[in-house]
Design a binder for this molecule. Structure first.
Ligand code: PRX
Length: 676
């Protein structure tokens, strides 16, 4: 950590927006921060008024004390209406809503009118399956237009969607289906990834076989279906082979196209659930983050409009999968609420070649690209020849999200992708915050490589020390007096409610209180460390808890440890995130095996596979080190800092509180021996 801080502090480059960009920006008045913060309720109310409401709210915010907030109380609206119907009613029916490309190269474009029609049919299909207002629907689909459609169709009829990323395993799916009590699952036979098929329906079958008593129906899209088998002249698509349960499983093509395209929007209370999205918790059990309708939509609508600076002709590509919050807020709800054209892409960035992203930009004349540092670092490694051979002149704005972006990657992005013409918005936020919280406004902010800069207007972010004291106010006062010479650091907190804030953890109000609101009572604790520099800019330093950021995805050390100890060979496991050139962090696991098991390469592989099977391929450890002992304090706590030192090959830190200092030395030898 200290090394990171040092590097960041030496970073003094600053890039003002160009005069041209300022002249056309949606927001270019630096006074907006002060205005918004002088009356943040009026500020957010102004945004909410730009949406269509069936009934107005009577109270902007009900905050009778942390942690339970209600926004736009008494108001009624429908999120799907605000993303589709109102644009069609406003004459934008012919505008492109979704431009999609599958990994094999198939393409599909849907105008707002076409998308509305498809969503209405699908909404009626869900109703025909018995799904109604308040029911939970688990969505396990590849990045195809039907994924966005399913989210919107649920919103239309007032059902709560719970999208599960297609890279999660059957067991993870099982946990999420049962936690949400999903009534239906929407899936596909599979999706394309790196030229292969990810077998989604198979995972659903396996999950349901483990016992998901609430699931009544499974709607199955035929995405990859080859001709399948032909028996007695009747073709069976590939996705029907094995596992098909008549009465439970329904083919998309048998049900959806026959439905009426007329499906009225369900009037939803501002505080009715829009969705649940699971994120890793440091205790290992995933947390079902709950978002409601009015505040969430207001937050994503506002932030998308100012941070991404949408204009009517923009073509916006957020590369995230809808299985993550970024896909919820900035593939579906934020851009569509703004009537923007969004690009969706199904597959990998290196299929068929490492220029796939740049080919997509060239072909679809994409103007705004929003991606993750882990992807940018991979592009850097692959080399500039790939972007250089493509026409990227349509780009005018670049975004980054998901983890801290190192200044080197930021500069590369600016030079080789933005070609010094595009501002970069490094956006900090979380599944829990629903919308962007800290980010440049591209028409105002002087950006700095590696800094997410300032809180969005109407958001109050600050830094607390261990004692819960706000260290930023005093810091800024010292800066004003010319006394501050360096940045202050501590815990990033949000001190005032915001419309798109999570409303809780599904079914577990106590955990909600404990995880986010107990460290500093009355204040939202983000779990991130941050620094504030002399210009009042935030520099995010990563998690301070046991959550790892692996390729921008949250995985808890506990989650991986429980998966490991679930294996019969494992007696004890300690997992840490070690620095990784491309992924930001990679998973390293230190494992003690039970008597009777022999440490071998085969066992190491088996343990890696086991974790991938339990959680999903994204959680597969890079390293599994089998050891006889783990470094523990005298009180028995595993010293993860030392394990990190070992895994990252650094000189050993202070070992004086160790029960047996020799353990670490032995581990280090072993690690260096195993590596590579
Ligand atoms: O640690 C922060 C990191 O990602 C965490 C949130 O992860 P998740 O809920 O999966 O949402 C990711 C997409 C919004 C944060 O607590 N993080 C996210 N964006 C940034 C970031 N860290 C530094 N800079 C960012 N721009």
């Amino acid at each position: 950590m200290s090394e990171t801080i040092q590097t960041l502090l030496q970073e003094s480059r600053s890039f003002p927006p160009s005069a041209d960009f300022v002249a056309q920006a949606n927001q270019s008045d630096p006074g907006v921060y002060q205005q918004a913060n002088a009356d943040y309720l009026a500020f957010w109310e102004g945004w909410a008024r730009q949406l269509d409401w069936i009934e107005p709210w009577h109270t902007v915010l009900d905050w009778s004390g942390a942690p339970f907030a209600k926004w736009f109380v008494g108001g009624k609206l429908n999120a799907c209406h605000n993303c589709l119907d109102r644009h069609v009613a406003n004459g934008l029916g012919g505008k492109r809503a979704i431009v999609w490309e599958g990994e094999p190269g198939d393409e599909r474009t849907l105008t707002y009118a076409q998308l509305l029609e498809e969503v209405a049919r699908l909404a009626n299909a869900l109703k025909a399956l018995g799904v109604g207002k308040g029911d939970r629907v688990c969505v396990y689909l590849p990045m195809v237009p039907e994924l966005a459609m399913t989210m919107l169709a649920c919103a239309r009829i007032g059902a709560t969607h719970s999208v599960v990323f297609g890279g999660f395993s059957a067991e993870s799916l099982y946990d999420r289906i049962n936690d949400a009590g999903a009534k239906a699952v929407v899936t596909a036979d599979g999706g394309w990834r790196r030229g292969g098929i990810v077998p989604l329906k198979k995972a659903v079958d396996d999950a349901l076989a483990m016992g998901c008593p609430t699931v009544e129906k499974v709607l199955v899209l035929n995405r990859t279906g080859d001709a399948g088998t032909v028996t007695n002249g009747i073709a069976t698509p590939a996705y029907d082979r094995g596992g098909w349960v008549d009465g439970r499983d329904v083919r998309w093509e048998d049900l959806v196209p026959n439905q009426s395209a007329d499906c009225p929007c369900e009037p939803m209370d501002s505080e009715d659930l829009l969705y649940i999205l699971y994120t890793s918790g440091s205790t290992g059990k995933p947390k079902g983050i709950v978002h409601t309708t009015g505040g969430y939509l207001t937050g994503v609508y506002a932030t998308a409009q100012w941070v991404f600076d949408y204009k009517p002709d923009d073509v916006f590509w957020c590369t995230a999968d809808c299985g993550w919050v970024t896909g919820h807020s900035y593939v579906v709800y934020g851009p569509l609420a703004n009537a923007t054209t969004v690009v969706m892409y199904e597959g990998a960035p290196d299929t068929p070649d490492k220029d796939r992203f740049w080919r997509l930009i060239e072909k679809h004349r994409i103007t705004i690209l929003y991606t993750a540092p882990t992807a940018i670092r991979a592009f850097m490694k692959w080399g500039t020849e790939y972007p250089d051979r493509c026409d990227l002149s349509s780009l005018r704005l670049l975004g980054s999200v998901g983890e801290p972006i190192n200044p080197e990657a930021w500069m590369w992005y600016q030079e080789h992708i933005g070609r010094f013409r595009c501002p970069i918005v490094d956006t900090w936020w979380q599944t829990e915050t629903g919308a962007i919280m800290i980010s440049p406004l591209p028409g105002i902010t002087h950006t700095k490589p590696g800094s997410a800069t300032r809180a969005f207007p109407g958001i109050r972010a600050t830094i607390f020390n261990d004692q819960g004291e706000d260290v930023s106010t005093e810091h800024m006062e010292r800066v004003d007096r010319g006394e501050a010479t360096h940045a202050v650091g501590g815990y990033l907190v949000i001190t005032q409610p915001w419309p798109s804030m999570l409303r809780g953890i599904y079914g577990d109000p106590e955990r909600f209180r404990q995880v986010y609101w107990s460290r500093f009572p009355g204040t939202y604790f983000t779990g991130d460390g941050a620094k504030l520099d002399e210009d009042g800019c935030f520099w995010l330093l990563g998690r301070v808890d046991d959550i790892m950021l692996v390729a921008g995805h949250n995985i808890s050390t506990m989650e991986v440890e429980s998966a490991l100890v679930d294996h019969p060979a494992v007696a004890e496991a300690a997992v840490i995130g070690k620095q990784h050139e491309l992924k930001g962090q990679a998973i390293a696991a230190f494992v003690i095996v039970r008597a009777g098991f022999v440490a071998s390469e085969a066992l190491v592989k088996e343990l890696k596979d086991h974790v991938a099977k339990k959680i999903g391929p994204i959680a597969r450890p890079d390293d599994v080190i089998i050891t006889a002992e783990l470094p523990k304090t005298r009180s028995g706590k595993i010293m993860r800092r030392l394990l990190r030192d070992v895994a990252e090959g650094r000189a050993l830190g202070d070992t004086t509180t160790l029960a047996d200092a020799a353990v670490v030395g032995a581990l280090k030898d072993k690690y260096e021996h195993t590596e590579g």
